[in-house]
Design a protein around this ligand. Structure first.
Ligand code: GLN
Length: 249
């Protein structure tokens, strides 16, 4: 009788312990999924990078990235407040946690993942060359050597330009300034994201500029957040709902 009583007490103890564990687990998962719900995230962007982010004549933010961010936020149940800043300022702002995320056609690179955390990829991109239509000597990456190259500070195009032998690199704050320098003859070529060069040439009707050949890099855009961000899970959830990444590979 005493033995049976002891057994019953032991079983009851395990039951109580199990219930406590279950309760803890469910409260943890509730906290995780609800972390960004209803919250407003401050999201950095640089609206001089069409067609990904730009401003309409009346100052309204537009572009692929803005549409994507708005759609994923409404799917994941959080609000977005955009904060404009130079591209090169975004990683420091994310590290300092003065912003919760950025949407800026930012490529996921080995160097960047050392200091910030990216969402899953959402767009396949790469760096390409722009030069003037009357330039017959620049035809591919090797022919860039000893030329003057214009790049946007802090970008993958700027990183790629460092590997051109004998090149003089001139840096600019944004992409339109690089194309302007190319038009003016201040640089011989520009390295930047292919789609952005193409859009710049077409939408600005820049007939004196042309896009050269193939992609020099293969990169994937992601949404960067501070390391350990409580919002990353919600961002990834939203992305998974609004964006089919199977087309990326
Ligand atoms: N995709 C490039 C990079 O990640 C440039 C992005 C940008 O200038 N907004 O560096």
């Amino acid at each position: 009788m005493c033995d049976r009583l002891r057994k019953v007490i032991a079983v009851k103890r395990w039951l109580v312990l199990g219930l406590i564990c279950l309760q803890l687990l469910s409260s943890c998962s509730f906290t995780n999924s609800a972390i960004a719900a209803g919250k407003t995230l401050t999201v950095a962007t640089e609206p001089t990078f069409p067609p990904f982010e730009f401003q309409s004549a009346n100052g309204e933010l537009q572009g692929f990235d803005i549409d994507l961010m708005n759609a994923l936020a409404s799917s994941a149940g959080f609000k977005v407040k955009y904060q404009n800043m130079p591209f090169a300022g975004m990683i420091p702002a994310l590290q300092a946690q003065t912003v919760d995320a950025a949407v800026a056609a930012m490529a996921i690179t080995a160097e960047r993942v050392k200091t910030i955390s990216f969402s899953r990829p959402y767009f396949k991109s790469g760096v390409a060359i722009a030069t003037r239509t009357d330039n017959q000597s620049i035809t591919n990456f090797d022919s860039l050597k000893n030329n003057i190259i214009g790049v946007q500070i802090g970008t993958t195009g700027a990183l790629k330009a460092k590997s051109i032998p004998g090149a003089e690199i001139r840096t600019f704050n944004d992409s339109p300034l690089t194309l302007q320098a190319l038009l003016n003859g201040n640089v011989d070529a520009v390295l930047n994201d292919r789609v952005v060069i193409l859009y710049g040439i077409k939408s600005g009707n820049l007939r004196k500029l042309k896009l050269i050949g193939d992609l020099l890099t293969e990169e994937f855009y992601g949404i960067p957040t501070p390391k350990g961000s409580p919002s990353l899970q919600a961002i990834n959830q939203g992305l998974a709902t609004v964006c089919d990444i199977s087309a990326l590979v």
